[in-house]
Design a binder for this molecule. Structure first.
Ligand code: PLP
Length: 387
C-alpha cells in the first residue's frame, strides 16, 4: 500500500530542527555569556571549539575560521602556494574548492571524477600530472581532494600519487565532517583538511564558519598567522606574510559547541536514512558508491538518473524538494574558462544526471517512505516502457 503524502512539508535540509532537541535556552545562555565577557571575535568559545574539534577528529591541531572557503585558502597560504604553482582539484564540486587556488594566484588543474564514487579519479589525476610535467611550465604543488556529498575520496591512491610527485594533499571536507576513512575521521586523513560549518553542512553553524586541521605544529602556526593578516606572534604590529581577516566569531563557535552535543546522534540518523534509501530505491537509480571501510557523512544523498530533469519535475509536483548539485562542473564556469584545458567526460555526465533528495537527521520515517515510493513509481513507469 502506498504511503500517503505526509501532512507536514518535506524539507531537503532542515537547518532549524536541532534547536528543539538541544533547547533554545542553551543557545541563549551561551550568547549571554559572550555578551557579558565581550570577546566577540576569536574569543574563549573559539578556543574551546578548536580543542573539541581537534579531539573529535583525532588531530593535534584545529584552527577555526570564518568559512570553509577561508579554511581552504588559509591551508594553501600556509603551504605558500603561489603564482607558478599547479594545484590539482576535482571539477565536480562547489566552486570554492577551486576558487581558493585562484585566490592565491596559483593555477587550478581540473581532474575528472570516478563515475561510481563521484570523487576524484586517481587515474585521471595521474594523467593530469603527466600533462603538467610534459608542458614544464608549472611547479607541482598540491592536490585538493573533495569529499563530495560527504563521501571520503580514495585517499590511499590520491596520497600515494601526490606524495610520489612531491605534492601535499588538502582534503576539502566541507561536506564530510564526521565521515570516516579506514578508521580515521575527517580532519585526520590527508596532510591538511579544511571544513565548513555553513548551515546545510553535517556539523552546521547558524551562518558562516570553517576550520583547518593539521598534525603539524609549524603549519598550524602559519594558519593562525594568516588568519589575522599574517601577523607575527611576537609583534602584533608586524605582519610578516600576506593573510586575510579569517577569524571565527564567538557566537558562531558557541552555536557549533551546542550542535556538537547532538552530532553523533545526527550522524547515526543520517546513516539510517541513507541505508533505507540504499535498500529501498529501485535499481533504475544509480547510487553513490562508498569505498570499503569508509563512512560518508551524507551531507547530501545523491542519486544519478538518465531522466534527471523529468524526475526532478515529477518529485517537485509530488511535494518532494530536490536539487541538482552541481549542474555545471567548475571547469565549464565562466570565471574558470582560462583553466578549462581538457574535457572531463565523467564530470559532464554527473552534472547532467545527479539529483539530491531529502536528507537530514530529522526526516521522519513516513517522509522517507513517501520519497522512496514516489521515486520507485517513477522508475516503474520507465522500467515498464523499456521492457
Ligand atoms: C565542497 C565544498 N568546498 C568548500 C565549500 C565552501 O564552504 P563555505 O561556504 O563555508 O565557504 C563548500 C560549501 O558549500 C563546499 O560544499
Amino acid at each position: 500500500m502506498m504511503t500517503n503524502k505526509p501532512s507536514k512539508p518535506i524539507n531537503l535540509f532542515d537547518v532549524q530542527a536541532s534547536q528543539k532537541v538541544i533547547g533554545q535556552e542553551n543557545f541563549l545562555k551561551a550568547f549571554e555569556t559572550i555578551l557579558n565577557h565581550g570577546g566577540y571575535a576569536q574569543g574563549p568559545e573559539c578556543r574551546e571549539l578548536d580543542e573539541k574539534l581537534a579531539a573529535y577528529s583525532g588531530t593535534q591541531y584545529c584552527s577555526t575560521c570564518g568559512s570553509g572557503t577561508d579554511a581552504l585558502t588559509l591551508a594553501l597560504m600556509a603551504w605558500d602556494v603561489k603564482p607558478g604553482d599547479a594545484v590539482f582539484v576535482s571539477s565536480f564540486t562547489f566552486v570554492a574548492s577551486a576558487e581558493c587556488v585562484a585566490i592565491v594566484g596559483a593555477t587550478p588543474i581540473f581532474v575528472d571524477s570516478d563515475p561510481n564514487t563521484y570523487t576524484m579519479d586517481p587515474k585521471d589525476l595521474e594523467k593530469a600530472i603527466a600533462n603538467v610535467k610534459k608542458e614544464g611550465k608549472l611547479n607541482l604543488k598540491a592536490v585538493i581532494a573533495v569529499d563530495i556529498f560527504g563521501n571520503p575520496c580514495n585517499y590511499d591512491e590520491i596520497m600515494k600519487i601526490a606524495h610520489s610527485n612531491g605534492m601535499k594533499v588538502l582534503s576539502d571536507a566541507a561536506q564530510s565532517y564526521g565521515s570516516e576513512y579506514h578508521g580515521k575521521r575527517a580532519g585526520n586523513i590527508a596532510d591538511m583538511t579544511a571544513t565548513s560549518f555553513y548551515p546545510t553542512k553535517p556539523l552546521a553553524g547558524y551562518g558562516d564558519g570553517g576550520a583547518v586541521f593539521t598534525n603539524n605544529v609549524a603549519e598550524n602556526d602559519l594558519v593562525k598567522s594568516c588568519r589575522v593578516h599574517g601577523m607575527s606572534p611576537e609583534d602584533h604590529y608586524d605582519n610578516v606574510r600576506l593573510g586575510m581577516t579569517g577569524r571565527m566569531n564567538s557566537f558562531q563557535a558557541a552555536v557549533i559547541l551546542q550542535k556538537l552535543k547532538v552530532f553523533e546522534q545526527e550522524l547515526k540518523d543520517r546513516y539510517t536514512i541513507a541505508k533505507r534509501y540504499d535498500d529501498g530505491l529501485d535499481a533504475y537509480f544509480g547510487k553513490q558508491k562508498i569505498l570499503d571501510n569508509c563512512k560518508s557523512a551524507y551531507a547530501l544523498y545523491t542519486i544519478t538518473c538518465e531522466d534527471r530533469d523529468e524526475l526532478m519535475a515529477y518529485l517537485k509536483e509530488n511535494g518532494i524538494p530536490c536539487g541538482a548539485y552541481y549542474p555545471r562542473p567548475v571547469n565549464t564556469q565562466t570565471a574558470y574558462a582560462k583553466w578549462n584545458t581538457r574535457s572531463l567526460p565523467v564530470c559532464e555526465k554527473l552534472a547532467k544526471t545527479v539529483l539530491s533528495i531529502p536528507m537530514h537527521p530529522y526526516l521522519d520515517k513516513e517522509s522517507q517512505d513517501y520519497v522512496i515510493e514516489t521515486m520507485n513509481a517513477f522508475a516503474a513507469k520507465k522500467n515498464s516502457k523499456a521492457a
